[in-house]
Write a protein that binds this ligand. Structure first.
Ligand code: ZN
Length: 347
């Protein structure tokens, strides 16, 4: 991304924010909508309006719709495609069984097809609410394939990922047309299958971004701040996954890379591999409701400035804030912007 704000640290979030109680229960991974029909649409738009205003008021440089309109970050995309059953679920291992042995998964029941823009109308509606640059998130091809039960068969995982990359590309181009400033692909699977990232994951990601001229981002994390994930993080001792993937991303056409450092054992020096790219640095933990102070955020940003330039650094969350309380998420938005402002005041 070019640096429209000069040589300053900016602030943004990964994507999701908690949904208000008029939409679903607190922290539901798959929102069980409390409204239906036009009332649901109205409720979703109101939720987006609240969060866009909160992000603007906090002073974030790039905003999102908080994924308020989606049941889940992957399923919101699945539901718009042809060929995926998100009602009659199966179970499968995901993310190499890192967090759960098996988890409910949607099923591929016919050839996947993109029948037209899925999130473009939503992007236009958000565009009408704010003059700030807007980021939209899409699940990445490797993460899609790792989250789906293929009942059709006949294709390798790689071939299926490339098919989804083609569909994602159509959606990305539609979102660009609808006014997105940043299109981010969420690829938590990149932190699990580092060999596959090298073999075909990067190529599939590049295919998904073909022809995209707005900022292209990828988010790679160790999962939401849920109890299962926190348990795994506490026991984990190997934090070298980014060491393998970031040098590959450095050679790619991706402009921005979002990684987590606040709640993991990742050494921030790993971002040195990304010099020249934007780094969305996770400096806010999404696994608890304790709001970081601006000084804590600033300290983490200062540590990162040994390895990147301020104009390429964003204060960001580790992952989506969907599982948090609304109050905590709002506080963390402010901490991000205030922490970045503290660092900028010293330059
Ligand atoms: Zn994440």
């Amino acid at each position: 991304m070019t640096n429209p704000s000069g040589n300053h640290v900016r602030a943004t979030i990964v994507g999701s924010l908690p949904k208000p109680s008029w939409l679903c229960g607190p922290g539901e991974m798959f929102a069980n909508w409390r409204l239906s029909g036009s009332a649901l649409n109205e409720g979703k738009e109101d939720a987006v309006r609240v969060w866009v205003a909160d992000q603007e008021k906090a002073g974030l440089d790039v905003v999102t719709d908080g994924e308020q309109r989606r049941r889940h970050y992957i399923w919101g995309f699945y539901e718009g495609l042809e060929g995926i059953d998100t009602v009659n679920l199966g179970k499968r291992m995901q993310r190499g069984g890192r967090y759960h042995k098996e988890i409910s998964a949607a099923r591929l029941v016919a050839q996947p097809e993109w029948r037209g823009p899925i999130f473009a109308d939503a992007m236009r509606a958000t565009r009408a609410m704010t003059g700030k640059p807007i980021k939209v998130t899409l699940p990445g091809p490797m993460t899609i394939v790792d989250s789906l039960i293929d009942t059709i068969g006949g294709r390798s995982e790689e071939q299926l990922a490339f098919r989804f990359a083609e569909l994602l590309n159509q959606e990305a181009l539609a979102l660009q047309q609808a006014g997105a400033s940043v299109i981010q692909f969420d690829e938590p699977a990149f932190n699990v299958y580092v060999d596959k990232v090298k073999d075909w994951g990067m190529a599939a990601l590049e295919r998904a971004t073909q022809g995209v001229t707005v900022t292209k981002a990828v988010h790679i994390c160790y999962g939401y701040g849920t109890e299962d994930v926190k348990r795994w993080k506490t026991a984990n001792t190997d934090w070298t996954h980014y060491d393998a993937t970031l040098p590959l991303l450095a050679k790619s056409s991706i402009d921005q890379v979002s990684i987590e450092t606040a709640a993991s054992g990742v050494d921030v020096s790993v971002i040195e591999a990304l010099r020249g790219k934007d780094v969305l640095l996770g400096v806010v933990d999404v696994g608890n409701d304790t709001v970081e102070t601006a000084e804590t955020v600033a300290g983490r940003l200062h540590a990162a400035l040994k390895y990147t330039d301020p104009g390429h650094l964003f204060a960001c969350t580790d992952c989506g804030m969907m599982p948090l309380s609304r109050q905590a998420a709002a506080g963390k938005l402010r901490a991000l912007a205030e922490g970045a402002a503290l660092v900028n005041a010293t330059m």
